[in-house]
Design a protein around this ligand. Structure first.
Ligand SMILES: *Cc1c(COP(=O)(O)O)cnc(C)c1O
Length: 385
């Protein structure tokens, strides 16, 4: 059976896949159809936080699978309630809406921002986002995404979004005033945009401005969240607290789930019937996510930061490397060589890596074995040279 040929023939060609058919894995190792082993520095784009087929996650998911897989949001189920409680207790937020993806979590945040201001009798509706941001592929989240090349193909996109320069507080404040915005949405580390970390001063100034003007601050933690940044959520590195944050990717550990997490201010904005999702809060996805979130403790986060330091120390001054960016285990590497050549060479030598714009991007599992990480870093190092 030629899977690659069948895929090419029958799956819409929206992904230019690598010439690689993966068949199984365990932890941070994955295997192709010929049994060749790869160290996985991609985690399905920041999704499999504890690697492939992690025992604890498998146990949580499979025991829920054989008990109750789905009943709809018309009834209470314990995984949904316990996951919402765990997230709120760990973040001091108030309430959660569950969806199935990052884009949907952001859609929920956008709806909350719009209703929050209209409930107050205000006619503000614009939401400010940053250049080079990425917020998803639905029409509204594409509109929110501050990258022109995503916009051109699908006009007309929903209106009500304005973009400003990242790390430029003057530009943000002047656009926010000019367009009378009701919310500002940021990623503390812009993932798809090139692993660009926002400056602490900038984020704090945005937070203070939003707070002072009853503008909702929404932090998109879809990629940066759930331990990836070295803290549970990336905003925690900045000493701020958003009004709303969204997350997905790593939360589910490999099952589709998104969460829009709402603080005190907007916790009652959406009421009965104002929003919904058939699969949102699904017991299996929530059981898996609960096992993920419960394992992200101080000890694990310390390990994430130590591994991050190791990567920064060993690659920052390596041959062929211009600079490193990012935070925790979300790292971008600016190269002298072409990024796709480096990815190809890494793959040949048994390491899977990602790109973000012209950078090499690493998103390894939070619990990747240190020895495996060292091996991967050595291979990446020689591919960059
Ligand atoms: C991946 C991503 C999204 C979109 O998530 P999906 O699950 O693909 O819808 C949104 N925001 C950020 C920051 C992301 O990295």
């Amino acid at each position: 059976m030629n899977v690659k040929k069948i895929d090419k023939e029958y799956v819409l060609n929206t992904y230019n896949r690598f010439d690689l058919l993966l068949t199984k894995g365990k932890g941070s190792l994955v295997y192709d159809e010929n049994g060749k082993e790869y160290i996985d520095m991609t985690t399905g784009i920041g999704v499999t936080a504890f690697g492939i087929a992690d025992d604890e996650w498998v146990e949580a998911v499979s025991s829920q699978l054989t008990t109750l897989q789905h009943v709809s949001n018309l009834y209470y189920t314990s995984p949904c309630a316990l996951l919402a409680k765990a997230i709120c207790e760990k973040t001091d937020m108030s309430k959660v809406f569950f969806s199935n993806s990052g884009a949907e979590a952001n859609e929920c945040a956008i709806k909350i921002a719009r209703k929050y201001t209209s409930d107050k009798g205000s006619d503000r509706y614009n939401i400010l986002t940053l250049n080079d941001s990425f917020h998803g592929r639905t029409l509204a989240t594409l509109s929110a995404t501050g990258q022109e090349h995503y916009h051109e193909l699908f006009n007309p996109l929903p209106g009500g979004f304005v973009h400003a320069k990242a790390n430029d507080i003057d530009d943000v404040l002047s656009k926010a005033k000019e367009h009378d915005v009701c919310a500002i949405m940021i990623e503390c580390v812009q993932g798809e945009g090139g692993v660009i970390k926002l400056d602490e001063e900038f984020v704090k100034a945005v937070y203070e401005y939003a707070n002072a003007n009853d503008i909702l601050l929404i932090v998109d933690e879809v990629q940066t969240g759930n331990g990836r940044s070295g803290k549970l959520y990336s905003y925690m590195n900045y000493g701020i607290k958003p009004d709303v944050f969204t997350t997905a990717k790593g939360l589910g550990g490999g099952l589709p789930i998104g969460a829009c997490v709402v603080g005190e201010k907007a916790q009652n904005t959406l009421g009965f019937g104002d929003h919904g999702s058939t699969y949102g809060g699904n017991p299996i996805a929530c059981a898996g996510a609960l096992s993920v979130i419960n394992r992200i403790d101080d000890k694990l986060l310390e390990e994430v930061r130590a591994k991050s330091e190791y990567i920064f120390e060993n690659l920052s001054n390596a041959n062929g490397v211009e600079s490193l960016s990012g935070m925790g285990l979300m790292i971008g590497i600016k190269l002298k060589k072409n990024v796709s050549d480096v990815i190809k060479e890494c793959m040949e030598n048994g390491v899977l890596c990602l790109s973000a714009k012209d950078k090499l991007r690493l998103l390894p599992a939070l619990n990747i074995d240190f020895e495996l990480l060292k091996k991967a870093v050595d291979i990446i190092k020689s591919a960059c040279a």
